[in-house]
Design a protein around this ligand. Structure first.
Ligand SMILES: [Zn+2]
Length: 134
């Protein structure tokens, strides 16, 4: 493994503004926030993509995200996006699996959503056939 800042944060070799942690997961403030309270939730062990992570750690990540957003609700953060990218082609910037929690406010000027692509019905059928669990 090359030097990984997120791993260093998870193992306390690097400082961060830590919001929450448990045995497997740590949540800290993004140093390049899209909004005040922008939080990253990561596994403490190094995994690049969500698809690399054992299911127990994946469950811990989702539980931690849920714990943080429930906590943030008590702090007045009612609206938020949860964002994730796995892989360079998906715009993953740091190659250590992470989820963003971005607090949102009405008219905050952020647009974190996508535009849908047009697809013909036969394309959906083909895609379902390819991707469906058998
Ligand atoms: Zn890492």
């Amino acid at each position: 493994m090359e030097k990984c800042t997120f791993y260093d944060i998870g193992s306390k070799k690097a400082n961060a503004y830590i919001i929450y942690e448990n045995k497997r997961v740590i949540a800290f403030l993004d140093i390049h926030p899209a909004a005040v309270g922008h939080t990253l939730v990561i596994p403490k062990n190094h995994y690049e993509k969500l698809s690399d992570i054992p299911s127990t750690t994946a469950q811990s990540l989702m539980t931690a995200i849920h714990t943080v957003v429930r906590h943030y609700r008590t702090k007045g953060i009612q609206n938020f996006n949860v964002l994730h990218a796995s892989g360079r082609d998906a715009q993953q910037s740091v190659p250590h699996c992470h989820f963003h929690i971005v607090p949102r406010k009405r008219n905050d000027g952020l647009n974190l959503w996508y535009r849908s692509v047009k697809q013909k019905p036969q394309n959906f059928k083909r895609t379902e056939k390819k991707l469906r669990f058998r």
